[in-house]
Ligand binder design. Structure first.
Ligand code: CA
Length: 225
């Protein structure tokens, strides 16, 4: 799940981004409407978190933009005015949160927005006997949670979303370690090995295959055989 966070208060933005990343979301954060428009043109997001008071205008103007449909939006407002919130909801926001807010509450509201019908991604991804809930971030086999760590969870999500197609290494590196970050050559292999062991131990009925020098794919054992 990829989230765009638009907030000009630097400390709040970095704290929120770090918290959401820790919770398993892929987060891009920007501080202005202009940067938000660029990000929305460049990437597909599952939801946006939008501050209303931004240096180059009112966040609501983003909701009104034409062209590509906007992902579900959760608005943040420091000004506790009912009119503004109603305006935001009328303009197309899905929910709002009044500052200051608890990060746990932000996450709960965000997950609720992501669960609404019409959300970009399917909530549950499944293959073989494996079911992954993209919002609770839990992978289960026969109802039993696999207890994966954050990186293995991100890896599994990327492979499941590809539906049996190969996912190239660069894409996985970016998903797991963030864009433009230096990654040690073995980091991805280590995460793949841990995920593969967890899937085998749970009897997930899937096979995590390596395509040397290219990437990885996840297939149902029934198809692979
Ligand atoms: Ca602001």
């Amino acid at each position: 799940m990829r989230i765009l966070l638009i907030e000009d208060h630097e400390a709040l933005r970095s704290m929120t981004a770090a918290y959401l990343a820790e919770s398993g979301f892929v987060v891009d954060d920007v501080a202005s409407l202009e940067a938000a428009r660029e990000a929305l043109d460049a990437a597909a997001y599952d939801a946006i978190i939008l501050d209303l008071g931004l240096p180059d205008g009112d966040g609501r103007s983003l909701l009104a933009r034409r062209g590509r449909p906007l992902p579900p939006a959760l608005i943040l407002t420091a000004r506790d005015s009912l009119a503004e919130r109603i305006d935001g909801l009328n303009a197309g926001a899905d929910d709002y949160l009044v500052k200051p807010f608890e990060l746990d509450e932000l996450q709960a509201r965000l997950r609720a927005v992501l669960r609404r019908p019409g959300a970009r991604s399917e909530v549950a991804l499944s293959l073989g006997d494996l079911v992954f809930d993209t919002i609770s971030r839990e992978a289960r086999v026969g109802g039993r949670p696999l207890g994966l760590r954050r990186r293995e969870t991100l890896l599994l999500e990327a492979l499941l979303a590809a539906r049996g197609r190969i996912v190239v290494r660069d894409v996985l590196d970016e998903r797991l370690y963030g864009y433009g970050q230096e990654v040690t050559p073995n980091a991805l292999e280590a995460a793949v090995s841990r995920l593969r062991r967890a899937l085998e131990a749970a009897g997930a009925g899937v096979r995590l295959e390596t395509r040397r020098g290219i990437g990885y794919l996840l297939r149902a054992e029934a198809e692979a055989a």
